[in-house]
Design a protein around this ligand. Sequence first.
Ligand SMILES: Nc1ncnc2c1ncn2[C@@H]1O[C@H](COP(=O)(O)OP(=O)(O)O)[C@@H](O)[C@H]1O
Ligand SMILES: [Mg+2]
Length: 156
Amino acid sequence: MLRLDSINCFYGKIQVLRDISLHIAPGEILGLLGRNGAGKTTLLGAIMGLIKAGSGSIQLDGNELTGLPAHQIPKLGVAYVPQGRRLFAEMSVEENLRMGLLANDQGQETLDWVLGLFPALTERLNQKAGTLSGGEQQMLATGRALCLGPKLLLLD
Ligand SMILES: Nc1ncnc2c1ncn2[C@@H]1O[C@H](COP(=O)(O)OP(=O)(O)O)[C@@H](O)[C@H]1O
Ligand SMILES: [Mg+2]
């Protein structure tokens, strides 16, 4: 489903990712281990189009992702839970989830499915995301990503 071939990434002249290749098949769970600063977040950023890969190829079901604008990648079915969650703190739980729906043109059915997975969010639909507990915020960040109805979920 997702194939990375010889990805190299740089911040200025500093090379952070060197010749990374991997393949994820449908139904597969892949864990990436690495010390602090090893480049895990950079790699996910490159897949999501948030960081430009210096060279190499990233393909989803045979379609090249490198070079696509970042907002198109969720529309191909790739969802992302950022390391720092990146919730919209001043928006409600429901509004945050609806942003996920919008990112991939999903509807009420997907929202109901996500709320079924996270009953704690259902009880707090009108609460501002910034006032949730850490664990609740993590549920919301994951729920918002699942609101894309993704075929691939990236969890940083
Ligand atoms: N925007 C940036 N500019 C310059 N260096 C960066 C930037 N983001 C990350 N780095 C550096 O790139 C390396 C990899 O970072 P990162 O991908 O966040 O690592 P990890 O997620 O594995 O802890 C680190 O040495 C970090 O300091
Ligand atoms: Mg990281």
